[in-house]
Design a protein around this ligand. Structure first.
Ligand code: PSU
Ligand code: MN
Length: 282
């Protein structure tokens, strides 16, 4: 049972040394739960489906690492570059290798007030794999992201919740279809196959209560961070790394701790889903 993990979270999401610590910890959580971790990234133009510990270190410390979505994969492979893979690129590479589940933190979506829509949504609509996430990234427009997921036909379910989780907090107030067990998730994934749906299944798994940060507090930090963004003319792929760094700064590291715990929680659920799938395949 292989579980896919992404590399952008440690190349662009966290700074050293948290980044390496978290990457290693997630692999360990997978192993402790009976799965083989496959952290995906591109080394010198070569997609690695399961980076070694050394390669994770090299990728995290390499001075010129591109953040590659699925669109950029041919570019970084063709030009033999070093790249981390976002949710969209990780999904594609994992699915190509018949990996059935992928655990991540936040998926990309729609940013506030501008036409900045992540490739993650497009890829979820066309690549068959189960993606476990704690909600769209907190810096996004959640209502529009939820609408966009619908438009692209991305089936999105909430694990033991009927509200879309909002990354650092468990509830966004936006309705979502609930599921109660990993067996239900597996049944739904099989049904998609029998209906000829080749899209991904997005499973939103709320952050554990003890690490939750109330929405209202996060919003204050996000507003401030967005003003910094605007003042410093940051755009495109720099947006997420910049905002995450600012949130860590304003929260005195609290967002880092929460981010780490929700990632672990998602790896756990990913492994449970894989176990349910393998039980039924026997
Ligand atoms: N969520 C985080 N940190 C991140 C990301 C998500 O808390 O670094 C990464 C994921 O790899 C996701 C990507 O796929 O950001 C989306 O980036 P963009 O909005 O540029 O598509
Ligand atoms: Mn974007």
């Amino acid at each position: 049972m292989e579980i896919a993990l992404e590399s952008t979270v440690f190349t662009h999401g966290f700074d050293y040394p948290h980044n390496i610590e978290i990457a290693m910890r997630l692999e360990q959580v997978a192993r402790d739960n009976g799965c083989q971790p496959r952290t995906i990234g591109i080394i010198n133009g070569e997609p690695k489906i399961g980076l070694s510990e050394n390669e994770i270190n090299d990728l995290a410390n390499h001075e010129n690492v591109l953040k590659a979505g699925v669109r950029e994969l041919p570019y970084v492979i063709g030009k033999k570059l070093w790249a981390s893979t976002t949710v969209s690129a990780t999904m594609r590479l994992a699915a190509l290798h018949s990996i059935k589940a992928f655990a991540t933190g936040g998926i990309g979506g729609v940013h506030h007030g501008k036409w900045d829509v992540s490739q993650d949504i497009m890829e979820l609509s066309r690549t068959r794999i189960i993606v476990v996430s704690a909600g769209p990234k907190s810096i996004l427009d959640l209502a529009i992201t939820s609408e966009m997921l619908e438009t692209f036909g991305v089936l999105t379910v909430g694990y033991k919740t009927d509200q879309m989780p909002a990354f650092y907090s468990r509830n966004s107030g936006i309705k979502i279809l609930p599921v109660d067990t990993v067996d239900e998730i597996e049944n739904i994934f099989q049904s998609m196959d029998s209906l000829g749906m080749r899209s991904g299944l997005l499973v939103f798994n709320p952050i554990p209560e003890e690490y939750e940060i109330p929405d209202i507090i996060v919003k204050g930090w996000v507003d401030k961070a967005e003003q910094d963004l605007w003042k410093n003319h940051i755009s495109g792929k720099q947006v997420t790394p910049y905002l995450l760094r600012k949130l860590a700064e304003y929260s005195d590291g609290r967002t880092i701790r929460s981010n780490k715990m929700l990632l672990e929680n998602n790896v756990l659920l990913g492994c449970e889903i894989l176990k349910a799938m393998s039980k039924h395949e026997e």
